[in-house]
Design a protein around this ligand. Sequence first.
Ligand code: FAD
Length: 628
Amino acid sequence: MPVPNFETVEVTTDLLICGGGMAGCGAAYEASYWAKKNGLKVTVVDKAALDRSGAVAQGLSAINMYLNIGNGERTPEEFCRYVRNDMMGIVRQDLCYDIARHVDSSVHLFEKWGLPIWRDAEGKPIRSGAWQVMISGESYKILVAEAAKKALNEAGMELYERVFIIEPLMDGDRIAGAIGFSTREEKIYVFKAKAVLAVMGGCVHVFRPRSTGEGLGRTWYPPFSTGSSTYFTIRAGAERTCEDIRFVPVRFKDAYGPVGAWFLLFKSTATNALDEVYTETRKPDLAPWEPYASTKPIPTNLRNYQGILEERDGKGPLLMRTERAIAALAEAYKGDEKAFKKKMKELESEAWEDFLDMTIGQANLWAAMNIRPEQMPSEITGAEPYFIGSHSGANGCWCSGPADLAPAEYNWGYNRMTTVKGLFAAGDACGASPHKFSSGSFTEGRIAAKAAIKFILENNTMPNPDPAQVEEFKARIKKPFEIYEQYKDYGTTDEVNPNYIVPRQYLFRLQKLMDEYAGGWSQNYATNKYKLEHCLKMLEWLKEDGEKMIARSLHELMRVFENIQRTWQAEAHVRTVLAREETRYPGYIFRADFPKMDENFNCFVNVKWDRNTGNWEIIKRPVIYIVD
Ligand code: FAD
């Protein structure tokens, strides 16, 4: 494609919601109501189409956060304790509590909109764990997107799909909007806004994935979560938290199928190849991580660590004993052949549905490998690390908490506002409040949007983005096409050229250096100061070469910016891991030079990039619990 002749489209709005995933849809739903009431305008922009965008695109088989407070099932206090233990003490309970007290109402909305929640004979939701309820969720995102679009439509608000946001626009220290380009048309979008909500999800493909060759691109978290929330908010000058806390999910090997239903609903165990239940035999290895090692459930990362040790010692593969779990569940029906057969069929179909609802590829793999879960076990293993503030990782923006719950140190104004005036965050983009998952992200989007509308009403002036900045970003969007046009005839193949780098090659370099130096799966998730410092140098050089990335289509242009944004996520991570001189999450990241937990790090290690000097700053913040 020749250098596009981009048309510039200017959009002026009150609240700009960047991202239409779970948090974005929650925000759109809530903001439409409050904006209409107050004569304001809301605009949602997403790089994809809302119906199938973000981490819920493939569907889910469970809603992982539902308290059912009304029926006395769970309390926000219990939730805060649970998250505190799973995160080895590092958590913002004010944020967690805030989501916990509101999340049920969102789940009730999902059901009202048509999402089937599994219920027992008495009508009680079927739980697969303490916080999870089972759903038939293949179309979960479609239902939620439909409701968000309806709310926007009925309130006369705007939605832009297939527009990729590349940068924030600033007016001094206040957010003033965002700039992006269409992935389908030759258009650059300049959005001016009084407040911006960053809800562009988490980050995948920073580390070399386990999948290679024809499987490349297969990851557990969606490959289209590419660090936009992190990049956008860092570049606006926002302080970030928990950038060291990446998530390493243990999943079914090669297709990353979920294990939650197996462990929690089917009550399955996992063993090593010698048929030892390694979570039992490896208990003594967790001693350095007391008191968390003795909590119930054992923190996710500690269970991972036990598996990592098994594989390191050659006792892998780790095996999910599906055949034993199914046999145990059908045991009670054994005397009655008809009932037994029926139960077995039911269990078998539940096992397959779990994958078909959210990770169809795993069902394909089972079929291709002739795996019958009722007859044989399946391999599980640790994935490459991901950055997700909504799941069991915790990185994201350092946000102001709710006025009625947050201690003074965590409250500087509007709920979920970052440290940048007018910039809000939710879902994967809001840090230190993990385990909110799909329902909690939707809920947090609602909370943040309501607060953002309040901010607009109380700060009702339109900021002016610096025009020079806008021109600079427009030039940056064009540049990858221009480089290609200038140098395309220097080589005999498009892929090898001394004057430019193809986005795919850039991605491989990023993944290799992060895997080898920042503790990817090939290193058993371990690293040290020397490696991390080397990694920073390599990232600097990669960034230099990134200036020469090319694009030959609008789709490849998106790849260019995804890579740039991922690289900033990588750098924020490496800098924070370097600063946290201890090993607190051995199953996520192991500092071999500081192999134990250190009470001097019972704190948040935050990071901030200075927009004026380009320097990074590390800031320690206290952990203050609001629940004992
Ligand atoms: P997302 O929902 O990912 O939304 C991000 C949005 O931002 C997307 O629409 C994306 O297109 C858009 N975007 C990204 N970059 C840009 C850009 N540059 N410009 C414009 N738009 C952009 N939760 C549960 O409750 N139960 C489960 O069982 C469960 N299992 C999961 C299993 C898997 C495999 C995955 C991937 C997730 C699972 N989750 C589960 C977690 C849940 O999906 C997330 O917590 C939730 O989707 C996070 O919401 P979010 O809005 O922050 O991000």
